[in-house]
Design a binder for this molecule. Sequence first.
Ligand SMILES: C[C@H](O)[C@H](O)CC(=O)C(=O)O
Ligand SMILES: [Mg+2]
Length: 392
Amino acid sequence: MAFPLIRHVRAFVVRGGGADYHDQGEGHWIDDHIATPMSRYPEYRQSRQSFGINVLGTLVVEIEAMDGTIGFAVTTGGEPAAYIVEKHLARFLEGRAPNEIEKIWDQMYFSTQYYGRKGLVVNAISGVDLALWDLMGKLRGEPVHHLLGGAVRDELTFYATGARPDLAKSLGFIGGKMPLHHGPAEGEEGMRKNIEELATMRDRVGEDFWLMFDCWMSLDLNYATRLAHKAHEYGLKWIEEALSPDDYWGYRDLKANAPKGMLVTTGEHEATRWGFRMLLEMDCCDIIQPDVGWCGGMTELIKISALADARGVMVIPHGSSVYSYHFVVTRHNSPFAEFLMMAPKADKVVPMFQPLLMREPVPVNGRLKVPDTPGFGVTLNPDVPLHRPYTH
Ligand SMILES: C[C@H](O)[C@H](O)CC(=O)C(=O)O
Ligand SMILES: [Mg+2]
């Protein structure tokens, strides 16, 4: 089957919500005194926006084929990623067949390796790669999960990330992951408050509901180990991203020292098969959590997941809405998915990337059947203004 060649690649930037889910208005739970590596500076402790967590905004990549079909994807990276897509990556797609997915990925990665490998550049590569999968799905008239080998279950089940696991339980989720609010700089009092919050939630949700802490890279090994042991008493299911993503040695020791039965998870800020190989070979965690919009896209997630599967490690992708759902439904070692509660009070289910996408599916009663519409099954909301800062 011959596909129409790629005519054009375009990159846009969007502000306010969307894939940059930290870019929210005032009073949102996601920006309320969450422990971060910057919490050691009192002036950056209350708000992550104060140190620039939302500085980049959302990146939208569109890939147009000669027949006018457009594949698109959204991720973070904003204007600098738009520059990389337009000025560097577009050359590896235009005039080429859209089914050259592996070759295009390889050329995007190795042509940028001297300034890339992780972070922003791999965000940009992920955005292009996901847009290419969307285009292929649309050209073939099939959902991306068909292209990935087909669903292995009828529907997805979700845990919720947000400040109110008690409300997540009443909304039908299987568990609630809450942000850790106090880091090591807040001393023993902060530790006590963290444990009190967990104890309160355990009281409200009963003993069987999963409760997890998301530590967003904020701790050191000693604090993380102490937190894990204190939290074990309240049945904490997992401790997430406790340390810097570069501290593979720390994760190895945390996993070795965590209480029996508690899972150590990480990886949302890790990228590519080589980064995840480190986490897996050094036995750093029980669950890896690649973000498909940050780890290198779908093409790379397939490889990362295969590495994990061979080691009996689960892959529970970080956030990323439809881009994650189409993958999770096709893999046995991804038995459930994350849903990020983007309602400011975490009290109701709203689309994760609102207001950017239309037809973005959301779990109902903690469950979702992944749609069969072609590509990732979403469209851009025409009411959200797109800004194209660069052209080529
Ligand atoms: C709640 C966390 O600090 C972060 O905003 C989201 C995240 O890490 C996750 O969903 O996992
Ligand atoms: Mg996390």
